[in-house]
Design a protein around this ligand. Structure first.
Ligand code: CRM
Length: 157
């Protein structure tokens, strides 16, 4: 078994998805959102069932995700950001806070919040993972649909 589910096993026609994305490093985050949207469409998620919002930076992403969970009827949120290490400790603090914040939402709400945050040591790593055929957003869209179907017991092992 591969590490990713196949598109034809993921019927997202009744799945409602929220996407919250950071504008920091928008060259990468916008491409990640596009990849995510494309894979949602490939899983038959309807355009009207996708709600997207932007927030300033990755640090704001967990609160943006919480906002979607509180104010919409989404089944899942894809949390998108791109952190690139700079000269200070800022990167480490934000990475830790964001990953903790996103896991907390998963367990508090009992709904999947997909960790779509790139934590890169340099621009090259961000580029490789967000633009072109290795756009990680594609996998995050599929993961979102898979987790909802798992919760709805529509797919299993
Ligand atoms: C990001 O997504 N955000 C970055 N931010 C912004 C941060 C947040 C602000 C306000 O709360 O702190 O929006 O998420 C950064 O400030 C930095 C700078 C890091 C540094 O070395 O000065 N980087 C990012 C980032 O890479 N990605």
């Amino acid at each position: 078994m591969g590490k990713e589910a196949k598109f034809d096993t993921l019927d997202g026609s009744n799945v409602k998805v929220g996407i919250v994305a950071a504008r920091w490093n928008d060259k990468y985050t916008y491409s990640l959102v596009e990849g995510c949207r494309e894979s949602l469409v490939e899983c038959n998620v309807k355009a009207e069932n996708i709600t997207g919002i932007f927030v300033p930076g990755a640090y704001e992403v967990p609160l943006g995700a919480k906002h979607l969970l509180d104010t919409t009827d989404v089944d899942v949120v894809v949390a998108v950001g791109c952190l690139i290490k700079g000269a200070t400790m800022h990167f480490e603090y934000i990475c830790e806070a964001v990953s903790q914040g996103i896991m907390r939402l998963n367990l508090d709400y009992g709904k999947p919040v997909i960790f779509g945050i790139l934590t890169c040591l340099n621009e090259e790593q961000a580029q490789e993972r967000s633009i072109g055929e290795h756009n990680h957003g594609i996998g995050w869209g599929k993961t979102a649909v898979e987790m909802v179907l798992l919760q709805q017991k529509k797919i299993g092992m």
